[in-house]
Design a protein around this ligand. Structure first.
Ligand SMILES: Nc1ncnc2c1ncn2[C@@H]1O[C@H](COP(=O)(O)OP(=O)(O)OP(=O)(O)O)[C@@H](O)[C@H]1O
Ligand SMILES: [Mg+2]
Length: 467
């Protein structure tokens, strides 16, 4: 079944352009020329994404958004704003718009936003298919809409179909394993299994026999021969978790296995050919480990054909609302509850927190909140986290500005520079247009006095004769 996109837009031409384009992209498109009609259609149809203009007669986009959020918090709403209406864009994001796009825009850009929004919506409301939960999560459970996550989606798309080895970097709980699974399961050419091993969990010898396997009587206790994980992962993926913890001795063996594409079981004389894709992870600064001599550079090059660096959750806070919806659905099902929503205050807390444990920490919080909640919504009390008391909730947190790409940090410094540049340019123009004018005359021309003009000439290092 095609996904339905509802376009609420008062300009007929714009409606038609969007309809044409999106239908070609295999969406079913519904059109409404004002907010009132749009709302009716949104309620009657099972739409996967709503795109609404901001400025419309009858009901503006912000009100449309508010009403939609009232009856369904999860449908993604994309707002079309006019250039220069950043305030309203901020407001719409705060109310819970999925994203916004500024007019005039490239339809392709809007289409990309819609694609991502629809994908997320289907993931969150569980319309991926009737595969069981664990399997579904293994396939495509990467939730996010931030620029950072979208870049990672693109990268996964480009890399998944290739045999390239991938190094996944990121702090604990950022989703490294999830990315590894996504890479494996979205590659149809890989018929073998996804096999995972944590290099930090086993002592050197055990890790070696796990990876390479052994022949009968290779060592005391080896009563039968056993294949190693390399062999088991043949034609599939070997996920080497926490690779930086591997000893130099094993690093050398691993390098050989990757380079020669063959392995030898412990105690064996024969080697075996294997075709394996390697995905390795670490939350250490691997380049530093190389510098310190703890990690082999040649092995690093073999593993790091492509790097995927997962940013910490605190650097992509706009993903938090989506993740929260997603985890509420999942844990409702697992725990057997029917939490409908999260109260805005509780959401504000979640947006304000810094998550040293990243997505895993957020996931645990939601799980606990669902267990604790005694109503059909999650309240601040259910978030049993120790927010420090001075962690006041900001009116307009910095991440919103960051998302909007408005320079607020050092904003005044930028303003001063801008102002200085204008001033300098005006003075130089005035001098150029009026050759031979005295300072008093130029000051007069600019509508200021000689003293001020001379201070500026000095400040900007302007020499009248040079102009
Ligand atoms: N973008 C995401 N969307 C949905 N769930 C996510 C996302 N990122 C992480 N998670 C969930 O958060 C938890 C932690 O993710 P994962 O185990 O992949 O992290 P990790 O980086 O491997 O952590 P560690 O370094 O501690 O091993 C998992 O339950 C995972 O499903
Ligand atoms: Mg992990």
């Amino acid at each position: 079944m095609k996904d339905k996109i509802l376009i609420i837009e008062d300009e007929k031409k714009m409606r038609e352009v969007l309809q044409l384009y999106l239908e070609k992209k295999n969406y079913e498109v519904l059109l409404a020329e004002d907010g009132v009609k749009g709302l009716e259609m949104a309620k009657k149809n099972d739409v996967s994404c709503i795109v609404t203009d901001l400025k419309m007669p009858k009901m503006n986009g912000i009100d449309v958004l508010k009403h939609i959020k009232d009856f369904n918090n999860d449908i993604p709403v994309i707002i079309i704003t006019a250039f220069g209406t950043i305030d309203t864009a901020i407001q719409s994001i705060k109310i819970g718009a999925y994203d916004y796009i500024t007019k005039p825009f490239d339809v392709k850009e809007l289409n990309k936003l819609i694609d991502n929004a629809v994908k997320m919506y289907n993931l969150i409301v569980d319309r991926i298919g009737d595969k069981d939960e664990v399997l579904r999560r293994n396939f495509a459970g990467i939730v996010g809409k931030s620029r950072e996550i979208r870049e990672i989606f693109d990268l996964i798309d480009r890399v998944a179909g290739t045999p390239a080895n991938v190094l996944v970097l990121g702090e604990s709980g950022t989703g490294k394993e999830l990315i590894g699974r996504a890479l494996h399961f979205s590659n149809e050419k890989q018929k073998g299994p996804f096999i995972m091993i944590n290099c930090a969990a086993l002592p050197d010898e055990l890790l070696e026999s796990e990876l390479f396997g052994y022949e009968k009587a290779a060592f005391t206790g080896a009563t039968q021969s056993k294949p190693g994980l390399f062999e088991l992962a043949d034609n599939g993926t070997l996920f080497l978790d926490e690779i930086a913890e591997m000893t130099p001795r094993l690093q050398a063996k691993l390098l050989r296995a990757i380079q020669e594409k063959e392995i030898r079981r412990v105690g064996a004389t024969q080697t075996k050919k294997i075709v394996v894709r390697y995905i390795a992870t670490t939350n250490r600064d691997i380049e530093k480990e190389i510098e310190k001599g703890n990690f082999r550079q040649d092995l690093f090059f073999r593993l790091n054909v492509v790097t995927i660096k997962l940013p910490p959750l605190r650097d992509r806070k706009e993903d938090i609302p989506l993740l929260v919806s997603y985890f509420i659905r999942i844990y409702n099902k697992l725990i057997g509850k029917e939490i409908k929503r999260i109260n805005p205050n509780a959401m504000a807390y979640l947006l304000n927190y810094d998550y040293p444990g990243n997505v895993r920490e957020l996931e645990n919080m939601i799980e606990r909140a669902i267990v604790l909640s005694q109503t059909d919504e999650i309240n601040t009390e259910d978030l049993s986290i120790s927010f420090s008391r001075n962690n006041d909730i900001e009116e307009s947190p910095e991440w919103i500005f960051r998302k909007l790409q408005v320079p607020v940090k050092n904003g005044f410094q930028m303003l001063t520079e801008l102002y200085d540049n204008c001033e300098k340019e005006m003075i130089e123009k005035a001098i150029k247009i009026n050759p031979g004018f005295s300072n008093t005359e130029i000051a007069d021309y600019l509508g200021t006095n000689r003293r001020i003009l001379e201070l500026r000439l000095k400040k900007f290092n302007i020499n009248k004769v040079d102009i």
